[in-house]
Structures are given as C-alpha cells and as structure tokens.
Design a protein around this ligand. Structure first.
Ligand SMILES: Cc1cc2nc3c(=O)[nH]c(=O)nc-3n(C[C@H](O)[C@H](O)[C@H](O)COP(=O)(O)O)c2cc1C
Length: 404
C-alpha cells in the first residue's frame, strides 16, 4: 500500500537555466533514499507534483515542501492510497511543460508507468487526468489579489450598546451576538443572534432533554428573547439574523404570524430581519416549508441557508429554494487556502450563487490566509473569530483588516 499525493504551487520566481534541473536532481537523490517516486511538472510559473511512497515518508516530505520558500500557494489537490506505484522507476521525473507542448502526455507518462506490473495506465486515473490537464491547458489559481503578509488586524470598539439582560424577564436561554462583516468596505452587514444555554453553554446544551415538538416551540419562542435583547443594542440600519429550524416553521401552528408579532413587539421592521435556516434534519413536508418561506418573504423578511455543505443543507435544498444569502459551512472554510478540493467546490458555489443572484457568506473564518483566499475568489461577506467572537449580550470589538 502506497500513499499518493498531488499538489500544485506557484514558483516565487521563474526558474532559468539549470535551476530546475538542480531542484529535480536534489529531489531525485533524496527520494531514492526514501523510496519515493513521482513526477514534477513546471510550466514556467506553476508546479504540479505527484508523489508516491511510504505514508510517513510522503507526509514528512510534503511538510518540508510546504515550508520551501522557492514556491508559495501550496495547495493539496489529492491524497489517497494506491495498491501499486504508478511510476516506480522515476524517483523524480520532470516535465518542463513549455518544452513538451503539443506532445501526447499520456504516451510520455506511459514510458515510466509501472502501474499494476506493467499494465498500461488507465486513462480514467485521477492522477493521470490531473497531470494531463496541467500539461495541456494554461494553469491558473485565479489571480490571488490578497496576500496574508500584507494585512494587519486592528480592533475597533463595537458601535452597539451592551445589553442588560436583567431588564428582560428570566428566560430559558441567553444569546450571544456575532457580526457578519464586509472587511474591505469596513461595513457591518448584519448581527447574528446565537442561542446559548442559561449558563452560557452551547445550543446543544440549551436544547437538551426537549422532545422534537417541544424543541420546535422553544426554537421559535426563544426568538422573542433574541429580539428583546437586540432591541436594546441600537442596531440602526444593520440587520439582525436569527436562526430557525425549518421544521419549527412547519410544525408550530401559525409560526410566521408569531414571529412577525415578536418582531413588531420590539419595534423591528420585518425588512431588518434575516431568518437563517439551519437544516440539521431533512425537511419532512416541503410544501408546508415553502409556504412558510413565502409568508416570510411576503412580510419582507429575507432568508439565508446556514451551514451550507454540512448535514442536510446541500444542493437539493438549494435547487428547491434560493435564499438571499448562502452561508458556507465552517468545515469547508477551514484551511481552504491549502486545500484543492475545497477551493474547487467554493469556486463552483460562487459561480452558482452569482448565476442565481445569491450572496455568499463565509462562516467560521479564523485565519488571515483563509480570508485572503476567499476574498480573492469573490466572497464579500465574512463571519468568524478572525473578525469578532460571539459575545453574550453584546457585540465584541471588531478586528478590521488594514493593509500594511
Ligand atoms: C516544487 C518543489 C518540489 C520539490 N520536490 C522535492 C522532492 O520530490 N523530494 C525532496 O526531497 N525534496 C523536494 N523539494 C525540496 C524540499 O522542499 C526540501 O527543500 C527538501 O526536502 C529539504 O531537504 P533537506 O532537509 O535534505 O535539505 C522540492 C521543492 C520544491 C520547491
């Protein structure tokens, strides 16, 4: 069993003359000692490398490669296992893409193929496809306009009032608030109310012990408390996002009517409210759900799909109903700057959202590198610890990026 890995990266400067050969010769010598084989492609700007060998050796080498300052934007496209080596005889075969232009890459690779004891390379093989695509089309990772090293973050005090929860009658839950921001314009898009248990614990702790029906009622009624708190914060024109389980809209009688009465009770306008649909369970009765969404929209409330890409919040839901905003789940955002599959998914999502007039929000953004990748790719709205952590009864100071 061998570990196989493919990554791409961008050369810091164009390698001229023998520089590429020197890099490849040193790599080949070291790989030979470590039982690693593979192929390196270079097109004068980008590298694509395929590595195969013992798991520990590949992981260690990849770690060293990510630290090498001769290239940047190192993005893993694939890591998998293989029963056999594809290129056992090549400790590091180099393809200078500019020199092989127009040649049959598959034939070139077949010369070194050791796959399945001399059998020919399968043409549907992912590795062969990645290598061939790199060698035959102009590769680009999109213009990465933002670089982490160019930015510093400076806190600005929150413009909102802190709430005194004692002024509100004893509730079975609390709320923490977190802003959703547009970092390059310095604007706050909305404030999300996140439910917490009476002792400040997680939503799960807050919902513990409730039956499904009790949960839906509690989910809806807790929004009264969120609105009561938010009404003390002086949000001005900034919108308030509240979360609702889709089944709360379906199972609680007159759910939309009740929500609208809470909104009016605390002097909000429906246009100031965004309902984030958190689909943790499949929607049992889609017609009733769609009716509730229609009622929300008719009243002026906008809708967002939360945690998109996790659990049930996926393409089927998006194909059936298109929200104003789509929040990409934190698990997709995490380490996106070095993860090829996540980048491909988010690029496709951005294109899809653009075609449908939907705004993408990236949630769970924790590092400057994640923000730079997402902002360069075309995401405009962000939520996460990098900008502000959720804070009970108020909004924490917001960290805004400043170019150095
Ligand atoms: C594009 C690129 C590909 C590389 N490929 C390999 C490789 O296949 N094997 C290797 O040992 N080093 C490779 N390196 C070099 C490593 O990043 C690192 O410099 C080297 O493993 C350190 O070896 P040392 O600790 O023996 O000095 C590559 C570097 C670059 C920029």
């Amino acid at each position: 069993m061998f570990t196989v890995l493919v990554y791409k990266s961008r050369s810091v400067k164009q390698l001229v003359g023998d520089e590429l050969a020197a890099l490849v010769d040193a790599a080949a010598e070291k790989n030979q000692k470590n039982a690693i084989s593979g192929v390196l492609l270079y097109d004068g700007d980008y590298f694509l490398q395929y590595l195969e060998g013992p798991d520990i050796a590949i992981k260690l080498l990849y770690h060293l490669i990510t630290l090498d300052d001769r290239h940047r934007n190192v993005v893993k496209l694939m890591e998998d296992f293989s029963p056999a080596r594809r290129f056992g005889g090549w400790s590091m075969y180099c393809i200078d893409v500019q020199k092989v232009y127009g040649e049959d890459i598959y034939a070139l690779l077949s010369e070194g193929a050791t796959f399945n004891s001399g059998e020919s390379l399968p043409d549907h093989d992912r590795v062969i496809k990645l290598i061939t695509a790199f060698a035959t089309s102009r590769w680009s990772d999109g213009e990465r306009t933002l670089h982490a090293e160019d930015w510093q973050f400076q806190p600005q005090p929150s413009p909102f009032d802190v709430v005194n929860p004692a002024r509100i009658q004893q509730a079975a839950c609390q709320f923490a608030f977190q802003p959703i921001v547009s970092p390059l314009t310095g604007l706050i898009s909305s404030i999300e109310a996140l439910i917490r248990s009476p002792s400040g614990g997680t939503p799960r702790q807050c919902f513990e012990g409730l039956s499904a029906e009790e949960l839906y009622v509690f989910d809806l009624e807790s929004k009264q408390h969120a609105l009561a708190l938010a009404s003390q914060m002086q949000l001005g024109p900034i919108k308030l996002s509240i979360n609702l389980l889709p089944m709360s809209l379906v199972r609680v009688p007159n759910a939309v009517e009740k929500l609208l009465s809470y909104i009016a009770q605390f002097d909000f306008k429906p246009q100031q409210i965004i309902v984030e649909i958190t689909e943790q369970e499949s929607i049992a009765n889609f017609d009733d759900f769609q009716r509730a969404i229609r009622e929300l929209r008719l009243a002026g409330i906008s809708v967002s799909i939360d945690d998109f890409g996790a659990g049930f919040a996926g393409l089927t839901l998006l194909s059936k109903f298109q929200p104003e905003k789509l929040k990409v789940d934190r698990l997709i955002v995490e380490n996106i700057h070095k993860d090829g599959p996540k980048q491909a998914i988010v690029r496709a999502l951005i294109e899809c959202a653009h075609a449908l007039g939907i705004t993408i929000v990236a949630e769970g953004v924790e590092t400057v590198e994640e923000w730079c990748w997402l902002q360069s790719a075309g995401v405009d709205l962000f939520q996460g610890f990098l900008f502000a952590k959720p804070m009970l009864n108020g909004v924490a100071p917001i960290q805004w990026p400043v170019q150095t």
